[in-house]
Write a protein that binds this ligand. Structure first.
Ligand SMILES: *[C@@H]1O[C@H](CO)[C@@H](O)[C@H](O)[C@H]1NC(C)=O
Ligand SMILES: *[C@@H]1O[C@H](CO)[C@@H](O)[C@H](O)[C@H]1NC(C)=O
Ligand SMILES: *[C@@H]1O[C@H](CO)[C@@H](O)[C@H](O)[C@H]1NC(C)=O
Ligand SMILES: *[C@@H]1O[C@H](CO)[C@@H](O)[C@H](O)[C@H]1NC(C)=O
Length: 385
């Protein structure tokens, strides 16, 4: 929403207070550096956002049926095993949604889910959460709080290779050189040293997983296609990971993500900074890229990253930041920013909340404005804790 329409709306609601069905937002306190660095500030902001959400429940979404998305460590070991079972259940379902003519390699439903990447992550995560529901996981999709693992994701309970993890690191491949990441070729390349793995998952859940589609190499200066022609043939192989603490320490600490939430007031700046959009920032690498870089391997592939089951947890955290940011000032954070084509290449109209996201056949089409309220029940209904 532009400044003018926000202003007009505020005049309207001042003149007709009954239009303002929702209570005021709780004030945002000021934090000490120590609270920001320790994660205490982020927890507090999450709590404020959840309290603000109480005024926003709509339709069939109530405090009694809202899904709560919790950090992996907040799940009991039994719950972690149940979640893993539900993801494996999705993986065991045959693909009935994407025609095998279109994507011959997509034998299973999970292959099809993984090849529909370029969509808005909020709805995508919701669609996955809905699939989990049909596989016995009725809770919210868990998330991975990166700031707890600055010592290295390979030491995290999320990746320790036990039966309550998402599987281990990839087998260590020595003597690799640092990656120069300049995906789009518009910004300064970012140098990321190799991680602690690189090869196939060694143990734990998903170490026997078969990846069927891709990979499609994405070359610098050549923004990736929205409908890739390559990578659709069956190409069975293991899941590769290269867990890496470097991106976590440089972009995804408690301090980094808390400052991101507190610093920006417009969706353009917030999203553009988080995604490393060259129209907003010179930093190619950012929260979102680091969320992938922390996992490495296939999770770094722009088209096939959802294959790694950790994708949903890391994107759960990306969505958590957006969710907190939006609910801290809900009325003023109802708009979207972007163009219909990725990075506006070729030039295309701006996206508006009147546009529709369509990721059929995975899930039905929805108007973006119906995705603006995570507890609006149209269809979203989740909070973070
Ligand atoms: C949601 O509520 C509407 C009535 O407002 C009802 O018709 C519909 O069946 C409900 N849907 C679910 C999934 O509970
Ligand atoms: C890695 O490099 C070192 C020295 O540069 C060499 O001694 C070692 O054999 C290499 N290891 C492998 C597996 O290539
Ligand atoms: C992220 O936070 C760490 C400290 O937690 C800091 O050293 C680093 O410079 C920050 N990165 C950015 C991009 O601000
Ligand atoms: C699209 O949005 C930008 C601001 O992000 C604005 O400058 C531009 O004029 C808009 N384009 C159209 C066609 O409305």
């Amino acid at each position: 929403m532009g400044a003018l329409s926000t202003y007009l709306l505020s005049l309207l609601t001042a003149a007709f207070p009954f239009m303002q069905r929702d209570g005021p937002n709780l004030p945002i306190p000021s934090f000490t550096q120590e609270e920001i660095d320790s994660g205490a500030a982020l927890r507090r902001l999450n709590g404020i956002a959840a309290a603000n959400a109480l005024n926003r429940y709509g339709n069939n979404c109530t405090a009694a049926n809202v899904k709560v998305r919790r950090e992996w460590r907040a799940l009991s070991k039994d719950e972690r095993r149940q979640y893993i079972k539900a993801v494996k259940c999705i993986m065991d379902k045959p693909n009935t949604i994407v025609s095998q003519l279109e994507v011959p390699g997509a034998k299973m439903l999970y292959d099809a889910i993984a090849c529909l990447f370029l969509v808005f992550h909020r709805y995508y995560l919701h669609a996955f959460e809905r699939e989990l529901g049909s596989c016995g996981w009725e809770q919210g999709v868990p998330y991975w709080e990166w700031g707890l693992d600055t010592n290295g994701p390979h030491l995290s309970p999320v990746f320790d290779g036990s039966d309550t993890s998402l599987g281990s690191d990839g087998a260590f491949i020595p003597n690799r050189t640092a990656a120069r990441l300049d995906l789009l070729g518009f910004q300064e390349p970012t140098i990321i040293p190799p991680g602690t793995g690189g090869g196939c998952l060694m143990k734990g859940p998903f170490s026997d997983m078969v990846v069927r589609l891709g990979p499609v190499e994405v070359l610098p200066s050549q923004p990736f296609p929205s409908a890739p022609k390559e990578g659709r043939e069956e190409n069975p192989r293991c899941l590769q990971r290269d867990l890496n603490g470097d991106p976590v320490r440089r972009w995804n600490t408690h301090r980094n993500v808390t400052e991101l939430i507190l610093k920006y007031n417009t969706i353009r700046e917030f999203q553009g900074t988080m995604e490393g959009d060259p129209r907003v920032t010179r930093e190619a690498f950012n929260t979102h890229q680091a969320a992938h870089g922390a996992i490495g391997g296939l999770a770094m592939n722009p088209l096939f990253s959802p294959y790694d089951p950790a994708f949903w947890l890391t994107h759960g955290m990306v969505e958590r930041l957006y969710w907190i940011w939006q609910l801290l000032d809900f009325d003023n954070r109802q708009d979207v920013w972007g163009t219909r084509t990725f990075l506006n290449i070729p030039p295309s109209p701006n996206i508006t909340v009147e546009d529709t996201i369509d990721i059929q056949p995975l899930i039905g089409p929805v108007k973006i404005k119906d995705l603006m309220n995570p507890v609006g029940g149209t269809p979203l209904c989740y909070v973070y804790s």
